[in-house]
Design a binder for this molecule. Sequence first.
Ligand code: FRU
Length: 494
Amino acid sequence: MTSQTLREARKYEETAEKIIKKEDRPGFHLSVRTGWLNDPNGFSYYKGEYHLFYQYYPYESRWGSMHWGHAVSRDLLHWEYLPAALAPDEAYDKDGCFSGSAVTLPDGRHLLMYTSVCKKHLENDVFCDIQTQSLAVGDGIDYEKYAKNPVLDEKDLPEGASNIDFRDPKMWQAEDGTFYCVIGSRPADGSGQILLYTSKDGFEWKFKSVLISNRNRFGKMWECPDFFKLDDAWVLLANPQGMLPKGFEYHNGDGTLCLIGDFDEEAGTFTEKSDQSIDYGIDFYAPQTVLAPDGRRIMIGWMQNWGTCSLRTPEEPWFGQMSIPRELSVKNGRLYQRPVRELDEMRCNKVEHLNVSFSDIIRLEGVKGRRVDMEVVLRPEEGQEIYQKAAIRFAQDDNFYTALSFRPRESILKVDRKFSGSRKAIIHQRRSLVNSTDGNLKLRIILDRFSVEVFVNDGEHVLTATMYTDQSADGISFFADGKVNMDVVKYDLY
Ligand code: FRU
């Protein structure tokens, strides 16, 4: 039975989406149907389609009481909205249906697990969240909350773990049929840990172990974990709040952390061998992965960061979009990401400029646009000493642009949107230490109306940023301080 709260949300979104023009949205990145979107949820392949749910407040473009929005796609790039899937309509989730995941049950039904939030009154005007985990079962459109919700609560926590910070279950089913689930938690030391739960049927869950403890190394509370085997390694994704930078790894605030290591399945413990950021730009958080039918591990993230949400005002009819889905691989102990290969199908109007030598500002015939897939290879001019700097400016008009600049002597790649037309004094640039020898660098730049994603050296580093420059600013130019030689292959994406 659909609740009144869910019916209202479904009715509202159908009307409200009509005031948003197609050209005011990203072209191939999923944006919220109406109102506000944050984390991707329930990313799964079900009945022949990719399902993506998301943290959703339909009524305004600000965070509010969380629903789950819902969209489906066959190619991860063209999305169709479905009616909102969950609303905060039960006593145990009246303050929000927070992030969670989805699996297919052996009988073919779709099972969602999400964090159910209910505020507890402490004293006077002081409230705190109580976070538990709940289930909903459905057919890919309508979901019914499980009668025995919540299925995990305070009594399923290990000693010292907080019932205030206990969220974001990510489930999967192992080959022997057992269901597993990792959940973010805050232990007594105030930092983060990831808890591991198991279930025989997806409905009755048991605490197994503390998969890994942060011990105050990477930020504080770890949100939105994901855990999977990839190319013979185990990968843990987590999103620590309150990160401190470590050189050029991580940035202040909420960050995306990737640990690669070993999983002791008996003991239920994970030991990391390496750590890295997942994204080195400004706007990327809370990613979630799906295992595609062809075996690819595909990740999608919220193309935003809590610290920079005020780039847009709540007066806008929509706020929040997802990153481009990215295929993951592990090479030499490092996570690599590249745009899903389905994007190649959207490439058109190829323009190629090879061996371009320049030492000033140039524009190239046919190279412009805001829905662009552009490969750029930079190198020093033969026989010349290494250049000081090379830069690519895009979303450019007479007044505004966003830039990517590379200083080969320091091996620093920087994304900078301070001239993108923003009215807010928030973080607008970020530097990444990339691998380059003698000024050689390979970039793939994906532009989609309000964003740029830069894949460096075939996905060794990725930098993501949003920018809301007027769409008429569609210029692209190149700048060199010193003598640069470059190849540019550019496509429009339609
Ligand atoms: C991460 C997060 C999650 C939570 C959700 C609430 O961005 O804080 O931990 O479930 O957002 O919307």
